[in-house]
Design a protein around this ligand. Structure first.
Ligand SMILES: Nc1ncnc2c1ncn2[C@@H]1O[C@H](COP(=O)(O)OP(=O)(O)OP(=O)(O)O)[C@@H](O)[C@H]1O
Ligand SMILES: N[C@@H](CCO)C(=O)O
Length: 336
């Protein structure tokens, strides 16, 4: 369940009226998600019924939210299908309900595609590239708050919960990522606002039609390649009940990369650093899942995600990167 803050009907109705969205006719708590309180709200304006999502933010404060909401607004105005925060007469898009920050956005059509095909991966790849380009002139800056500094802080916190083999993997990966991040080519990667959590449950599809990206609350300024790696690590990996959980699916990955590059071709440095970035993306989510699993916050995290999945993804990405490096050394005549 994800209604941590009960919003009285009259308070929601007053906000929707202030946003000129019409008269509230239905307010229903959304029982998916774990971070925030979310409601579907139906309003009627001039006889037309519209659906919105009303969110009360439980974790994020008034300082960080303007970046996420302004970014969504910026992207929506550029034609990227993302929820658009509704503004009041003063142009404000961050509101207050029950003393907490709140926002109202349009409800996207469709549903999450948890078993994506090549066609879904192509659509996500192309839209991700369009989103990166559309975000280039977004004026606000906020770092990815789940980037390298957070990994460095968090590894020592989760280490006591790991066995020796896991601890060795996480330590060596962290050392590797610190090494890579210090390289000039890495620092020069194209950057901009990134979603940073574009998993299958944050994208809506109606059949093969992509209806939109949502849940921008881990967004931040980072390399575009990191965003692509995070996306590949969820959409183009085998999951759960599939015997190959955590393994790379070449068909879907090829489709996503080709579609991304049909909109924004990767630079030579990006192509070279992709294997390292896939490892970074796997480390990022293994860490956050370990954190949520072993150090749950009060009331929240009723159903933390399985950290073991991203441990397997990290193994897979390290293995692939080594195999690639060896084949490149072989091709250049240097013994592997
Ligand atoms: N703009 C939207 N349009 C349609 N459905 C939405 C929208 N925003 C949220 N939802 C629905 O609400 C559910 C919960 O939203 P969300 O995933 O953002 O939850 P959360 O608690 O804010 O974050 P998290 O995914 O990190 O737990 C989604 O799975 C989706 O079904
Ligand atoms: N996408 C994250 C959850 C945070 O939104 C995960 O699957 O670990």
């Amino acid at each position: 369940m994800a209604v941590y803050t009960e919003v009285p009907q009259d308070e929601a109705a007053a906000l929707l009226r202030e946003l000129q969205l019409g008269e509230l006719t239905a307010l229903r708590g959304i029982h998916g998600g774990i971070e925030n309180t979310n409601y579907f709200a139906t309003t009627v304006l001039d006889g037309i019924e519209t659906e919105h999502v009303l969110t009360v933010f439980e974790r994020l404060g008034f300082e960080q939210l303007p970046y996420y909401l302004r970014l969504m607004k910026h992207l929506a105005l550029k034609g990227i299908p993302v929820p658009e925060p509704a503004a009041n007469a003063k142009g404000e898009i961050l509101h207050r309900l029950q003393g907490k920050p709140a926002a109202v956005v349009n409800k996207l059509a469709g549903h999450s595609e948890l078993r994506p095909s090549v066609v879904h991966c192509e659509a996500v790849g192309a839209m991700l590239a369009r989103m990166h380009l559309a975000g280039q002139d977004f004026a606000m800056q906020q770092p990815n708050l789940r980037g390298l500094p957070w990994w460095n802080e968090t590894v020592p916190v989760v280490l006591p919960y790991l066995n020796e083999e896991q601890a060795a993997l996480i330590r060596s990966e962290l050392a590797y990522q610190n090494h890579v991040a210090a390289q000039p080519a890495f620092k020069a990667l194209p950057q901009g606002p990134v979603h940073a959590d574009l998993f299958r449950d944050n994208v809506m599809f109606d059949g093969d039609r992509l209806c939109g990206f949502f849940d921008f609350y881990f967004a931040g300024n980072d390399s575009w390649l990191f965003d692509l790696a995070v996306t590949l690590n969820d959409w183009c990996i085998f999951h759960g009940d599939e015997a190959a959980d955590g393994l790379h699916d070449e068909r879907r990955a090829h489709a996503m990369l080709a579609a991304y590059q049909s909109v924004r071709p990767l630079t030579a440095a990006e192509r070279q650093l992709l294997p390292a970035m896939l490892r970074a993306g796997a480390l990022r989510f293994w860490l956050s899942r370990l954190w949520d699993w072993h150090l749950p916050r009060e009331a929240a995290m009723l159903k933390p995600h399985d950290p073991g999945h991203f441990e397997r993804v990290l193994h897979e990405r390290v293995h692939q990167a080594r195999a690639l490096a060896e084949s490149l050394r072989g091709a250049s005549g240097v013994p592997a």
